[in-house]
Design a protein around this ligand. Structure first.
Ligand code: HEC
Length: 401
């Protein structure tokens, strides 16, 4: 595809995805907040007459609002009745658009890392698709099984399942590919919860109401369980969406553990907020969240000798040697006019096309090509360990000067 057009599709897709994601998560956070702040109706008679579960008064944007929650449903279904579903669907659709555009069409650059698993692009994409669908099937099966009736057992099973998925994905894909597919898997589960469980359940409520039947409570219970799960998946998913630019985590030897650590942090911190909304203080939750982040920080900390290959090249490498390596391995992409197919401009605006530019960006070059080995991306230009050792030795002489 024309690289310039590709860049635009990427830009527009990302913009839409961000906007729809904000709308979805914003609405979801708002309703979780609303539910947690319900109090007994001020007007007791009205509360009894309408069979209210509670109400919330709020002020926003120069107006006062009063939201009421019905125990089951209002006597008459009002028109219009607003549903919240397109936020979820459009977030998932735009997310899939980005996943296909960046990671599936660009599998050789972003999804495959030959040092992890030397997959053919078609095989990598097929595995990725199976993971997304499989994740939903396993999750949905767990929720519907007997285990699904026991909240703590289900939570433990989900944590084990997510850890297994994180580990498995890291054995198959590049670090960033594994992280984003972990997030896409959870995001798919969240959107599928809305599409297959929550919305059909609400439709059944409406139908029962219209037919004058008493609705089967299983729909309400199931919908509630899935909404609760979606709440706790939110922060881990958002983490994976931004994780791709942090190679210290995604390219670490124990990247899967870092992913689990941050996912646990996200889920427990969200749980802490939800409890707080309900007026319950649970310091242990925030402690677990913060400890998970600190643990991940310590786990992924680069070791002092990180990247050293042992066979450091003889003598002190000079600028000419380093320039030659960067020219051969990096400049195909990191130039004003990249020659590598698919790149319209230098990625992240990082230009490495002159000795001066190389010297100025020594720290970033060392970090990316020696410490995390995130560059060259997918090792597409086949940088050798010897060359990484040369960069390392050169970088260390800069520090000692
Ligand atoms: C095939 C193309 C390609 C090659 C070759 C390549 N890079 Fe990159 N580089 C990228 C892409 C794509 C990104 C943006 C990654 C992202 O979005 O996080 C990037 C980002 C970077 C960044 C910015 C990282 C950040 O997160 O701020 C640096 C520094 C970098 N590359 C250095 C190098 C070095 C040094 C080499 C050679 C050893 C190299 N790159 C080779 C494609 C390439």
């Amino acid at each position: 595809m024309d690289a310039y057009l590709f860049e635009w599709l990427n830009l527009l897709g990302r913009w839409v995805h961000l906007i729809t994601g904000i709308a979805w998560i914003g609405a979801s956070f708002y309703f979780v907040w609303l539910d947690a702040h319900l109090h007994a109706p001020r007007d007791r008679d009205e509360g009894e007459r309408l069979d209210l579960a509670g109400e919330v008064w709020s002020v926003h944007g120069g107006g006062f609002y009063r939201a009421q929650k019905f125990r089951i449903a209002p006597a008459e279904l009002p028109e219009p009745l607003h549903w919240f579903k397109w936020e979820a669907y459009s977030t998932w659709l735009s997310g899939m658009f980005m996943l296909v555009l960046v990671y599936w069409l660009g599998a050789d650059v972003y999804l495959i890392d030959p040092a992890v698993a030397n997959l053919a692009p078609a095989a990598a994409v097929a595995i990725a698709a199976v993971c997304l669908v499989g994740g939903w099937i396993v999750y949905d099966g767990l929720c519907r099984s007997r285990l699904g009736k026991n909240e703590s057992a289900l939570a433990a099973a989900l944590l084990a399942g997510c850890s297994l998925a994180a580990w498995g994905l890291c054995q198959l894909f590049s670090g960033r590919g594994a992280f984003i597919h972990f997030g896409a898997m959870l995001g798919t589960i969240m959107a599928a919860n809305v599409f297959f469980v929550i919305i059909p359940g609400q439709k059944e409520l409406v139908r029962a109401k219209q037919a004058g039947r008493v609705p089967d409570p299983i729909h309400g219970l199931r919908g509630r369980q899935r909404s609760v799960h979606n709440t706790y998946f939110t922060l881990p998913v958002l983490f994976t969406m931004i994780s791709n630019h942090y190679a210290s985590l995604t390219n670490h030897r124990h990247a899967w553990l870092a992913l689990v650590g941050m996912a646990v942090a996200g889920a427990t911190i969200r749980l802490w907020f939800v409890m707080r909304h309900r007026g319950q203080s649970r310091p242990a939750l925030i402690a677990v969240g913060v400890a998970s982040i600190i643990g991940t920080f310590a786990l992924a900390m680069p070791r002092v000798d990180a990247g050293r290959t042992g066979q450091s090249s003889s003598g002190t490498p000079d600028m000419a040697a380093v320039s030659a390596i960067v020219e051969a391995r990096c400049v195909g992409c990191h130039a004003q006019r990249p020659t590598w197919p698919g790149f319209a401009s230098a990625p992240k605006n990082v230009l490495l096309d002159s000795p001066d530019a190389i010297r100025r960006q020594a720290l970033a070059i060392h970090q990316q090509s020696v410490v995390t080995k995130a560059m060259p991306i997918g090792n597409l230009t086949k940088m050798t360990d010897d060359e990484r050792a040369t960069i390392d030795a050169w970088f260390r002489t800069l520090g000692s000067r």
